[in-house]
Design a protein. Structure first.
Length: 439
């Protein structure tokens, strides 16, 4: 007898509300089943994949009516998606599909999809552990059967990840990212068949050409949302996946150290998100600065193209990294220290003249002892407007152009320390300084 797993109270109340499709029963498959069998119900995330053999349009419409939610149909791929509110107000995503088979006309390009059987649906998947089906009975409101055509449960019990076929990564190279994520997140070892499958794909010239930058970039975003993004990044480097994408052959000690620093800043960077206008997303920007700083300019351009970064985004990164004349000082962090004499008030004042991308690079390149300073600056004081702007100083022609930045920094430092509290006090201070020092 096979013991059927318990989905737990939160997911049970959602499954019980799913109406029966035309075939009477439906199946849960994919990562939800894998995590339930491997880690139990309290490990489950916020999305679930449901499949059936019935008509998808009528079933998805019934699901939307049962939850009062909007359903998005993708008829080309025979899928639908909706978001519903479960117990405790938690929003979960339900992906619906009918059994499918796939045809890859060109490896790496999204396949053509056709209606199929449960055997077809299992066979098109990537790893054995993702091809385990749990059959749910709407009448009994319980799982009634496990279907495991490729031995996925055994691999789950042994903590082993196994591709269903050697061509799995050639069909869809983004599965290489999924392998790296699952390996690190779940602590899985490779089946013996993994090495030849990896070798076959990574040895294929132009492997990523048909995939397209948008799909690659989405995989990088998923990587950044992992519990251990640095571990996943290390796996991508050690397996040569990152090299085939970017030409960067190793995750050096310095690059790994910068990534760890990025991870230490993440809570603050995520907290900034509501106040930072698009397209400035500080968590994303700091990750790529950590990964790409130190490359030659040509290698940088090859890498950002391979990673699928948008033109405006990579242009901003390139300017910050390779055009020091666009800064109010040269040589990045060393220049900041020289300009300010390492006075924290002046450092903050000068940093206010930089955009957020430059500030993030300063945080990556700065001294370890200054990390708390930068966390405080980025997290709490980044958006405090200065009392006086640079245009005010243009009304004082006696101040040499080369010293205007230093004067602004001094005003900002006095503001930071509470000496100057408003624009009027700042203007009076400036008048005295000009009369005394620039007669």
């Amino acid at each position: 007898m096979v013991r059927l797993p318990d989905p737990g109270p939160q997911w049970r109340q959602i499954l019980e509300r799913i109406p029966a499709p035309g075939g009477g029963r439906f199946y849960v498959v994919g990562g939800w089943v894998r995590d339930l069998l491997l880690l139990g119900p309290f490990s489950l995330g916020s999305d679930i994949d449901l499949v059936s053999e019935g008509d998808l349009v009528s079933w998805s419409r019934a699901v939307g009516e049962a939850f009062g939610s909007e359903v998005r149909l993708e008829t080309e791929f025979l899928t639908a998606r909706t978001e519903v509110v479960g117990e405790g107000g938690k929003t979960v995503r339900i992906d619906l599909a009918r059994f499918r088979r796939e045809v890859y006309d060109i490896p790496g390009v999204l396949p053509r999809v056709f209606p199929g059987s449960i055997e077809d649906d299992a066979g098109r998947r990537d790893f054995s552990m993702n091809a385990v089906f749990l059959e749910w009975s709407p009448d009994k409101k319980a799982f009634v059967r496990i279907i495991d055509p490729y031995g996925g449960r055994k691999d789950i019990r042994q903590g082993r990840i196994r591709p269903l076929r050697e061509e799995a990564f050639l069909e869809d190279p983004t599965r290489l990212f999924r392998w790296a994520r699952l390996s690190i997140r779940l602590g899985l070892s490779d089946d013996a068949s993994m090495a030849p499958a990896l070798e076959k794909s990574l040895g294929t010239k132009g492997l990523w050409d048909p995939v397209g930058g948008a799909r690659i970039y989405r995989e990088i975003e998923r990587l950044m949302r992992e519990p251990d993004p640095i571990g996943v990044t290390e796996r991508l480097f050690s397996s040569r996946i990152m090299e085939t994408l970017t030409g960067i052959s190793a995750l050096s000690r310095v690059r790994r150290s910068r990534l760890r620093r990025w991870q230490g800043f993440r809570p603050i960077l995520k907290g900034l998100a509501p106040s930072v206008p698009e397209p400035e997303l500080p968590d994303r920007e700091m990750f790529f600065l950590a990964l790409l700083f130190g490359l030659t300019r040509q290698r940088f351009r090859e890498a950002v193209k391979g990673l699928g970064l948008g033109e405006r985004f990579r242009g901003r990164l390139e300017k910050v990294i390779y055009e020091p004349t666009s800064w109010p000082f040269r040589r990045f962090y060393v220049g900041l220290e020289q300009e300010t004499g390492r006075d924290y008030g002046k450092m903050k004042a000068l940093a206010d003249r930089l955009d957020l991308t430059r500030v993030l690079l300063l945080a990556l390149l700065g001294r370890e002892s200054d990390q708390e300073f930068w966390k405080e600056y980025i997290g709490r004081e980044r958006w405090v407007p200065p009392l006086l702007g640079g245009e005010i100083l243009l009304g004082y022609p006696r101040i040499p152009a080369s010293l205007r930045g230093a004067v602004l920094a001094e005003i900002r430092a006095l503001q930071r320390t509470g000496v100057l509290r408003n624009a009027g006090e700042a203007r009076r201070w400036l008048e005295r300084k000009v009369s005394e020092e620039f007669p």
